[in-house]
Ligand binder design. Structure first.
Ligand code: SAH
Length: 252
C-alpha cells in the first residue's frame, strides 16, 4: 500500500495527525527533498528506508514503490503542502493503478493556507471578494492560453500565485493588463511557516522591485487583490445578531 501524504508547507508540526501516524508506520518514505522539511523524517521508525525524490525520475519512484509492495511493505510518498496542487500526483497514482498497487491520499496544509496564516489574512472578505483564484505563471510547464493571468485578474478576486516569484515583473504586468490598478495591495510570502519565513507587503505595481529588494526568487507565493488590505470589508451575516441561522434565532 502507498500513502500519498501532504507534509504541510514547512513547520513539521503542521502535518496532520494522520500524516504523522503514517510516517511513523512507514517501511519506506519517498519525500520531496526540495521542499519538504527534513525534520519530518524524525518521525520514521528504525529501519525505515528513505529516498529523496528530488533526485529521482517518475520511473525510479515507481520502481521503489513496486519493490516495497512486492515485499509487503508500506510506503509513504511525502509531498509538500497538499498533494492536490502542483504535486504531479496523478501520474504517480495512475502508475500505481496500472500495476495493481493500492494507494490513498492524506491531505496536508497547502502553502496558500500557510501564507494566509503568516499574513493573518482572510482571503474572502464580505463586500470585497468571495473568491480565490489559485494559479501560476507559465514556466517550463505551460499554462493553457485561456487561463492567462490577465483573464483571471479581470475578476479582481483574491489571486494566489504559485511558482511565479522568479517572474514577478512579468506577473505584475499581466495583473495590471487584466485590470488591477497599480496601487492594489499585494503580498509576497517566502517559506511560510519555516524559521526563515519572510513576508513583504507591497502593491501590484511594486511587486518586482519588492521581490528583488527582499531577494526572493523562489519558494514564495504572491497574493494580489483588495482583500490583502484587510480593511474596508462588511461585517459577515453569520455572527450578526439580527441574522437568523439554523443554529441561532435572530435577536432584536
Ligand atoms: N503542493 C504544494 C505546492 C507545490 S508547488 C502546496 O500545496 O503548497 C511549489 C510552490 O509552492 C513553490 O514554488 C511556492 O510557490 C509554493 N510554496 C510551497 N511551499 C511554500 C511555503 N512554505 N511558502 C510559500 N510558498 C510555498
Amino acid at each position: 500500500m502507498v500513502h500519498f501524504v501532504g507534509a504541510g508547507c514547512g513547520a513539521p508540526d503542521l502535518i496532520t495527525v494522520r500524516g504523522k501516524r503514517l510516517l511513523e508506520e512507514a517501511d519506506v518514505i519517498i519525500y520531496a527533498g526540495s521542499l519538504v522539511n527534513p525534520e519530518l523524517l524524525a518521525f520514521r521508525k528504525e529501519g525505515c528506508a528513505v529516498h529523496d525524490s528530488a533526485e529521482m525520475t517518475l520511473e525510479e519512484i515507481a520502481k521503489v514503490m513496486e519493490e516495497a509492495e512486492k515485499e509487503g511493505k508500506t510506503t509513504v510518498r511525502l509531498q509538500t503542502g497538499d498533494t492536490s496542487l502542483y504535486g504531479a500526483v496523478r501520474e504517480q497514482m495512475d502508475l500505481l493503478a496500472d500495476r495493481g498497487i493500492a494507494y490513498d491520499v492524506c491531505p496536508g496544509v497547502s502553502s496558500f493556507c500557510g501564507a494566509a496564516a503568516s499574513l493573518g489574512m482572510e482571503y474572502t472578505l464580505p463586500g470585497i471578494t468571495q473568491s480565490v483564484v489559485i494559479t501560476r505563471m507559465a514556466g517550463r510547464t505551460p499554462v493553457p492560453e485561456r487561463e492567462s493571468i490577465r483573464s483571471f485578474a479581470a475578476h479582481r478576486a483574491t489571486m494566489v500565485l504559485f511558482l511565479s516569484a522568479g517572474n514577478a515583473e512579468a506577473l505584475s504586468g499581466e495583473l495590471l493588463a487584466g485590470g488591477y490598478s497599480p496601487d492594489t495591495p499585494a503580498a509576497i510570502v517566502y517559506k511560510a511557516s519555516w524559521p526563515d519565513e519572510k513576508t513583504v507587503l507591497c502593491t501590484v505595481g511594486t511587486l518586482a522591485e519588492s521581490a528583488a529588494a527582499a531577494g526572493i526568487t523562489k519558494t514564495a507565493l504572491i497574493i494580489a487583490g483588495d482583500a490583502v488590505r484587510q480593511a474596508g470589508y462588511e461585517r459577515s451575516g453569520l455572527y450578526r445578531p439580527d441574522f437568523a441561522t439554523g443554529f441561532r434565532p435572530a435577536k432584536e
